[in-house]
Design a binder for this molecule. Structure first.
Ligand SMILES: [Zn+2]
Length: 405
């Protein structure tokens, strides 16, 4: 074993030894920890366990808050702003299930939230009650914040795989996501309706989701903890020199993602509808590269194959969940630089010049595309300008993007 590998292994072992006791779930409360009171500095919110079977995030943030409290009062500079971590699906966490009645990470569309707030709380199902309480917590924190606001939502998955982040492709989100030495997946949030981070995007905040690895792996907690520390430094809550193990955390993540492309965009999502019988073929991990034609899963007796060479993302190896798997492809970094430049030049103004494309008559910053007229490549142009969300409206497709703050 060479010297570098030996050092990396030692870093990993040390991080594991220094980890805290396992999560005591029966006494779990909504606020997992908070630190700092300065409303002028950055407010960093963390959510863990939005899916109740994903407990590693809870342990990761508890480690971070324990360490912050331990060093409180020591003369190592000052914590800027405030950070707070929330347990997501409290009842789900206590029972160890993804959800009880419905997925808590699909409830955050403006329409569903408006309905929720207009209704008698006694009629809430399990996850609606969780969403109502979380919303109250978020609003309380946001009302006090005078500086920038960031949120990181911590997840884990049923398949093996390295850590990575997902973000809506806005420039402020990129700054945080690229500060983490893990791959970034574009378009995952847009493929899903009603993710909690949507609510933050719509309100103009920086919001990214991170996946730490397989649910029950010990490494997953370490990966998530590393991402929380690095993010607190990237956001300006802490200076790099105030996190003595920052180098260990960086190296740990770099080792986990070796050989994996830096940016991947979603090209395909396999949706599982109610009553469908889905079975993922065993052995796939997130970021496995597969050639076109590879058999991935069976659904109602039909074999599902990759339609192009792809990276497999988040294959589903658990009972609950609506996404069977995602397929993605690598995005060259220059493409993102080009995208930034075009957005700065407000090139979206030129989109109606493309054949089959016109502005949406009722919705701001949305375009309608007639698939019968639009040329090949139109989708790529929309992606380049950040319009990754695509929804049918009659026989037209409507493209929209995150608010560009
Ligand atoms: Zn999750």
């Amino acid at each position: 074993m060479d010297e570098r590998r030996a050092r990396e292994e030692e870093d990993g072992n040390r991080l594991r030894r220094e980890g805290s006791a396992p999560v005591e779930l029966s006494s779990l409360e909504r606020v997992l920890g908070s630190f700092g009171e300065d409303p002028e500095g950055p407010l960093f919110l963390f959510t863990a366990g939005i899916h109740g079977n994903e407990r590693a995030g809870v342990e990761a943030v508890q480690r971070v808050f324990a360490a912050l409290r331990e060093r409180d009062g020591t003369p190592v500079g000052r914590f800027q702003g405030r950070c707070v971590a929330f347990a997501g699906n409290l009842k789900g966490l206590q029972k160890g299930v993804r959800y009880l009645d419905q997925d808590l990470n699909r409830l955050w569309t403006p329409k569903k939230l408006a309905n929720l707030l207009a209704r008698d709380p006694r009629k809430d199902d399990a996850e609606e009650a969780e969403a109502r309480e979380l919303l109250g917590c978020f609003e309380k924190e946001l009302s006090r914040a005078k500086g920038k606001v960031l949120i990181m939502d911590l997840h884990t998955s049923s398949a093996d795989g390295p850590p990575f982040s997902c973000m809506g492709d806005t420039i402020p989100n990129r700054k945080l996501a690229f500060a983490l030495p893990v791959p970034v997946i574009l378009g995952l949030e847009e493929a899903i309706d009603g993710a909690m981070l949507d609510w933050f995007y719509e309100n103009g905040h920086v919001a990214i989701a991170v996946e730490g690895g397989k649910h029950e792996s010990k490494e997953t907690v370490d990966n998530l903890e590393a991402m929380v520390w690095i993010s607190l430094v990237a956001a300006g809550n802490l200076c790099a020199r105030e996190v003595p193990r920052l180098g260990d955390f960086q190296r740990l993540l770099e080792r986990e993602v070796r050989g994996i492309p830096h940016i991947v965009e979603i090209r395909y999502r396999e949706v599982i509808r109610r009553g469908e019988n889905f079975h993922m073929i065993p052995g796939f991990k997130t970021f496995d590269w597969i050639p076109k034609g590879t058999a991935l899963a069976e659904k109602d007796g039909r074999v599902l194959r990759a339609e192009e060479d792809s990276y497999v993302l988040l294959p589903l190896y658990q009972g609950q969940g609506e996404d069977g798997f995602f397929l993605g492809r690598r995005v060259p970094r220059f493409w993102l630089l080009l995208a930034s430049l075009l957005r700065r030049l407000r090139a979206s103004k030129l989109l109606p010049l493309l054949p089959g494309v016109r502005r949406h008559p009722g919705k701001k910053d949305c375009f309608m595309v007639d698939p019968k007229i639009a040329r090949w490549g139109t989708v790529q142009v929309f992606h380049l300008l950040g319009y990754r969300r695509r929804r049918p409206e009659g026989d037209q497709l409507v493209f929209s993007r995150r608010p560009q703050w």
